[in-house]
Design a protein around this ligand. Sequence first.
Ligand code: TRP
Length: 338
Amino acid sequence: MFDNKIVLAGVKPTGKPHLGNYLGAIKPAIALGHRALAQGGSHYMFIADYHAINAEKNPAVLNEMLKEIACIYLAAGLDPKESVFYRQSDIHEIPEITTILYAYTPKGFMNKAHAYKAAVDKNREAGKPDDDGINMGLYTYPTLMAADILTFNTDIVPVGKDQVQHVEIARDIAGAINAHYNRDLLRLPEYYIDENVAVVPGVDGRKMSKSYGNVIPLFEDDAAIKKAVFSIKTDSRPLEEPKDPEEILVYQIYKAIASPAELQEMGDGLRQGKLGYGHIKNMLLDAVIAEVKDAREKYNYYMAHFAEVEGMLEDGAAKARPIAKETLKRLKDAVFGR
Ligand code: TRP
C-alpha cells in the first residue's frame, strides 16, 4: 500500500503524553513510517510549531512543549536518519506556499473547517460572540496544513478521523490549482486511517484523556505508574469467582499492550477464578514498565542533551528544504508566468 509512496505526518505538541497517546497515536505513527520506508517509500514527520502558536503564546511554555514532543518521537523509535524529521518553522518555503494557496482557498472552506466551527460552538455555548478569542491562525489553519502537505508532493497523510476534512481541503486546493493552470503542479494527497489502532481506556473506564484525569502516565517514575495502575476501577468479587475478562477494566487496558500469550494467561486466570485484582494489576504494571522503560530513558537523555536533537532537526530541515524550494519555484513560475 505504501510502495514508493511519500507519507507525511505532522504532530502538534500535546504536553507530556500518557499511555493512551503512546499506544494509540505515537507508536502507530512511527510503525507506519517504518512500513512506508520498508516498502521503498519516504517518510516525513514534522513538528507543527507554526500551528502551535495559534493556541500557546508563552514562549517558555511553547519551547518546552516543542522540545518534549521532539524528544518523545525520538524516544519512541523515530529514526531521523531514515525519516525526514524537521520543524515546520525551519522550512521557510511553507509560509510562502501558504500565501499562494490562499488565492485558491475559498473562504467558505475555512468557515466550514471543524477546528474553527468547534471554537465557534464553544463560544455560543458560553454566550460569547462567535469569533471571541479566535485568531486568523486558527481560522486559516487548514490552508497552512495544505501547504505542509502539498510542499512535499505527499501521496499519503496518516490521520485520525478528526483530520480527514483537512486533508480533503488540501486535495481540493491542489485540484483547483492544477485545473486553473491545466497541469499537474501539485500532487493530490490521500488520507489514511489506521483501523487497528487501540483506543485505550483510562483508570475510570472512559477513554484515557488528560481532561478526564484518568491517565496512566508514561515518562514519570515507576511509583507514579504504579499508583495509577492500582487506582484502576475494580469490584469486590472474590478471587475464586470466575469472571468474564471482557468486563474487567484492567484486562481491557492490558489488551492494548500485552502479547497474545500474555493476554491469554490473564484471560484464563480470570475465567478460572485463579487470578485476583492484585495479580492482574501487577501483570499490567509489569507490562507498562517493560514497554516504556527504554523509551523513558531515551526521553530523559534527549531532554538533557537537546543540542543533539537540535542538530537532528537541522539535518532534517536541510533534507526537506530542497524539495520545498522546487515546489515553490514550480508554483511561482506558474502563478507569475515566468
Ligand atoms: N492538524 C494536525 C493535528 O491537529 C497537525 C498537522 C499540521 C498535520 N499539519 C499537518 C497533520 C500536515 C498531517 C499533515 O493533529
